[in-house]
Design a protein around this ligand. Structure first.
Ligand SMILES: [Fe+2]
Length: 344
């Protein structure tokens, strides 16, 4: 349809520009002309075009080179190269460099119309192709998201099953996720990071699947070997989750959630900001929940005691900024009693 075909003719022969723009306008096309490369470049930034007829010999610059400059500004443009030299080499070169068609001088209005029809059909086909590809891409993304959700649900159930073996920790991962979310809000963590923090918080102890019930439930001091075993859970967790590519951004948080800010933690003794931010967040949330829970070797503390403990180890075990973000995330009006009644 001529109405939605917007044409730019670039040629240094003013007579050609005048003649053909008038003829095409009479036929109902929107037509603008440019007699120099600079005019052409300026026009495509100010106006909308679909098809550009471009003369190969424009004085200071070749039409094909101008075509590339124009494509950088507007990749949606379609080109027809006009040349006085009808050689096959130039035709092939034009098409290779992205032109959709070419015509040779002298040409008539019928040649232009034929070319416009051809390029318009090509545009329409490309549009349909893009639409189909977009629909396919959307479907693939939706399906991938569904599969990822199923995976995460299964892993989350597995994490909960592990909590049942690890006495006193049932619901721990869910609570840690909520505490992480509270910290995320205070430090204004980006949504993508929050997403991976949530996954890491849910799965941070999944490596405990490889640790015996005896060690997990042991009420007295652990031997060196038992301690070594229990401290292997971040690495084991990452080994379990590594094959799932979409979880990759969450793995550093799982691997380093027991690192200490002063470098005294495990598995690698990282310190300060060398510890991934998400791992520093989980460390605070994880410890807070652990202090509030009954364990085989001690009974649960209350909110104030847990907060005091976090503050005491701020800058040593924990990132001080994360501790203060966590502390400030509890509403002032909410007392300890109310907080504990809050259904975490
Ligand atoms: Fe852990």
């Amino acid at each position: 349809m001529p109405e939605d075909t917007r044409i730019l003719i670039v040629d240094d022969e003013k007579k050609i520009l005048e003649t053909f723009s008038l003829l095409l306008e009479d036929l109902g096309y929107y037509v603008k002309t440019a007699s120099s490369p600079d005019d052409a470049l300026s026009l495509i930034t100010k106006d909308t075009f679909n098809i550009v007829f471009i003369d190969q010999f424009l004085g200071p610059i070749k039409g094909l080179d101008l075509m590339q400059q124009m494509s950088e500004i507007n990749p949606e443009l379609y080109y027809v190269v006009i040349t006085a030299n009808g050689s096959t080499d130039l035709a092939v070169e034009s098409l290779k460099k992205g032109a959709s068609d070419f015509i040779t001088k002298p040409f008539f209005v019928a040649d232009l119309i034929k070319s416009i029809d051809y390029v318009s059909k090509k545009r329409e086909l490309d549009k349909q192709k893009k639409k189909v590809l977009l629909t396919l891409e959307t479907k693939v993304n939706e399906r991938t998201e569904e599969l990822e959700k199923i995976h995460l649900d299964v892993l989350s159930s597995l994490a909960q099953a592990i909590e049942k073996r690890d006495l006193g920790t049932y619901g721990h991962c869910k609570r840690v996720s909520r505490y992480c979310d509270m910290i995320s809000s205070v430090i204004a963590l980006e949504n993508k990071e929050r997403h991976y923090l949530n996954i890491a918080a849910t799965l941070h102890d999944i490596g405990k699947i490889g640790i015996s019930d005896f060690i997990l439930g042991k009420p007295v001091s652990l031997t060196y070997k038992e301690l070594h075993d229990i401290r292997s859970h971040p690495v084991k967790g990452v080994e379990i989750l590594k094959p799932l590519k979409y979880l990759e951004p969450a793995l550093p948080a799982i691997l380093h959630h027991h690192e200490n800010y002063d470098g005294s933690g495990y598995p690698y003794g990282l310190a300060g900001e060398n510890i991934p931010l998400l791992a520093r967040i989980i460390a605070v949330a994880d410890t807070y929940d652990a202090i509030l829970s009954d364990r085989p070797y001690r009974s649960a503390a209350n909110h104030d005691e847990a907060i005091n403990e976090l503050i005491r180890y701020s800058g040593k075990q924990f990132d001080p900024d994360i501790v203060s973000a966590f502390v400030s995330s509890f509403p002032d009006a909410m007392g300890q009693k109310d907080f504990l009644a809050y259904s975490f």
